[in-house]
Design a protein around this ligand. Structure first.
Ligand code: HEC
Length: 158
């Protein structure tokens, strides 16, 4: 996984590069841009099972299917959502609304996503939505006072 500062810098760089592309674009270029932003934004690091172990050699059909390995911190334990299923349930406008307003559990990259243009945020939705549903729903977040029933990555320095 990339350190948060580096990941943020990468997302910002990606957004600047994408900003050079004309704003609306046709749907194929939106999907390509979405794929680039998801790849460069490090989304697969957390949301695609086995991504880091396989050094990113995972078929696109498995991307963003979520994880049952939790991230443990002061918030309890959070699980990278199955975005393939979620994006079939929520609309593009609901996604844009969450990016603008949402502050979910760490280590999800909400702040990085907010740095992108609205077109880039739309492109991410359209690309993941276009892949269709796959996988199963990730476990629900566990509050700090409960013990998780899955493996976790401890984000607290010891
Ligand atoms: C460092 C790990 C990590 C990275 C990188 C990451 N996420 Fe997440 N993501 C999470 C976790 C953990 C959650 C669950 C957060 C919670 O419980 O509130 C989550 C939640 C989500 C959700 C669900 C939001 C909801 O309404 O429930 C979406 C959509 C999402 N991520 C998309 C993305 C996209 C797109 C990227 C790339 C820009 C990304 N994530 C990068 C860990 C990550």
């Amino acid at each position: 996984m990339k350190p948060p500062v580096l990941a943020a810098a990468l997302v910002l760089t990606a957004s600047l590069a994408a900003a050079a592309v004309s704003s609306a674009g046709d749907s194929t270029s939106m999907l390509e841009r979405g794929k680039l932003l998801v790849t460069y934004g490090g989304c697969n690091d957390c949301h695609t099972p086995g991504w880091q172990e396989a050094d990113g050699r995972i078929a696109v059909s498995h991307w963003m299917t979520g994880s049952s390995i939790g991230f443990k911190g002061r918030w309890g334990v959070s699980y990278p959502a199955n975005v393939r299923l979620l994006f079939q349930e929520i609309s593009e406008d609901q996604w844009l609304f969450s990016v603008r307003t949402r502050g979910g559990h760490p280590p999800m990259h909400w702040t990085d996503l907010r740095a992108l243009s609205t077109d880039d945020q739309r492109a991410i939705y359209r690309f993941i939505h276009s892949l269709g549903p796959a996988g199963t729903v990730s476990p629900a977040a566990v509050p700090p006072w409960e013990t998780p029933k899955t493996p976790v990555i401890d984000t607290v320095p010891h």
